[in-house]
Design a protein around this ligand. Structure first.
Ligand code: NAP
Length: 321
């Protein structure tokens, strides 16, 4: 593709995603003297925005995810980064004298949004919730099915609810819902939890929490809202209906990178192929945070990637001249 660029409108670095990785990239990019635009689909903060308590981010002792994300966002903006809301639908590399990128967006109601131009791109797109994979899941999302207990839990005060999964998110969601709901069923496919023992012990002591182990969900009940969940014991094959008005799915996170496969190779699980240098096969495109292949997905590893990717982009821009 060939296109005329107006240099004044071309950002040095365009960051996709305003989670901790993207915001850190914006901080490092602006401090490196570059013009930086951050494009975000929903709101800044990424996954941590829904984390009530963060106590493993060095220097912050104990804070909420919202406070920490807000502080990162304000820091990036005060340093001169710009932020716009819009979902990136396509990024094209323009093969002409200068290898710039054209970034196409759509707005929250799916209409075409503005195009943006940039000399380099940092993809910090994060991950999305793994779905249940049962019929009518999408239809009932928002009508009893939720992927975020801290966002939607308050709607189910005094009701019976199910939390699905055995990791720390499920355990913390169950703990959170135990304070609001009448009864919480914690459904897990094995008889051992993956999450921390200390939280399991606290949950076991709660009178309104019942562990439903060795069990998988097989059918969502209710129309037009959830009024039950059928689960099956994987050892006995026995089925049981949990009469719940909400199902909080906490099955972990999966990659959501197909839209960028033209620019960056994806591994078998759909994560961006890249090493710790955050560099990709496409010159001028860098990746950061949970969206890339890595063994540890933590707040601190995401912000580390933000710094590394921005410094790599700055070096690339200097070499570009
Ligand atoms: P996770 O640790 O990957 O756990 C996902 C859970 O969902 C697992 O128990 C898994 O079962 C279950 N699961 C996945 N797919 C399933 C399916 N199709 N059917 C039934 N069950 C399924 O995800 P997470 O809990 O969201 O945690 C992600 C990371 O964030 C972890 O490293 C976690 O420690 C961390 N985290 C930390 C904190 C904290 O430190 N306060 C809080 C939240 C999360 P199996 O166990 O059988 O695989």
């Amino acid at each position: 593709m060939s296109k005329e660029f107006d240099e004044k409108l071309v950002y040095d670095i365009l960051v996709v995603g305003a989670g901790p990785a993207g915001l850190t990239a914006a901080i490092y990019g602006t401090r490196g003297g570059k013009s930086v635009l951050v494009l975000e689909k929903l709101s800044y903060g990424g996954q941590i925005i829904n984390t009530p308590e963060v106590e493993n981010y060095p220097g912050a002792k104990r804070t909420s995810g919202f406070e920490l994300a807000t502080s990162m966002y304000e820091q990036a903006i005060e340093l001169g980064a710009k932020m716009e809301f819009g979902e990136v639908v396509e990024i094209e590399r323009c093969d002409e004298e200068l290898p710039y990128f054209l970034v196409k967006t759509k707005n929250a109601i799916g209409e075409p949004g503005p195009d943006y131009e940039a000399k380099s791109i940092i993809l910090a797109t994060g991950v999305k919730s793994r779905e249940l994979g049962l019929p009518r899941e999408e239809q009932l999302t928002g009508a009893g099915i939720s992927y975020c207990a801290t966002c939607d839990g308050a709607f189910f005060r005094g009701k019976d609810v199910a939390v699905l999964g055995g990791g720390n998110t499920a355990l913390e969601d169950a703990e959170y819902m135990a304070e609001l709901a009448k009864k919480v069923y914690l459904v897990h496919r094995r008889n051992e939890f993956r999450g921390d023992e200390i939280t399991v012990k606290r949950l076991a002591e709660k009178e309104n929490v019942e562990f439903v182990l060795d069990s998988v969900p097989v059918e969502i009940l209710g129309e037009p809202r959830v009024d039950g969940l059928k689960v099956k014991n994987v050892k006995s094959n026995e089925e049981r209906v949990l009469e719940v008005e909400a199902i909080f799915v906490a099955f972990g996170r999966v990659a959501d990178n197909q839209g960028f496969a033209n620019l960056v190779d994806l591994n078998d699980a759909g994560f961006f192929n890249s090493g710790e240098d955050c560099v990709t096969k496409t010159q001028g495109v860098f990746v950061a945070g949970d969206a890339r292949e890595k063994t540890r997905r933590q707040l601190v590893t995401a912000t580390a990637d933000g710094a590394v990717s921005a410094m790599a982009a700055i070096e690339y821009l200097h070499n570009l001249g």
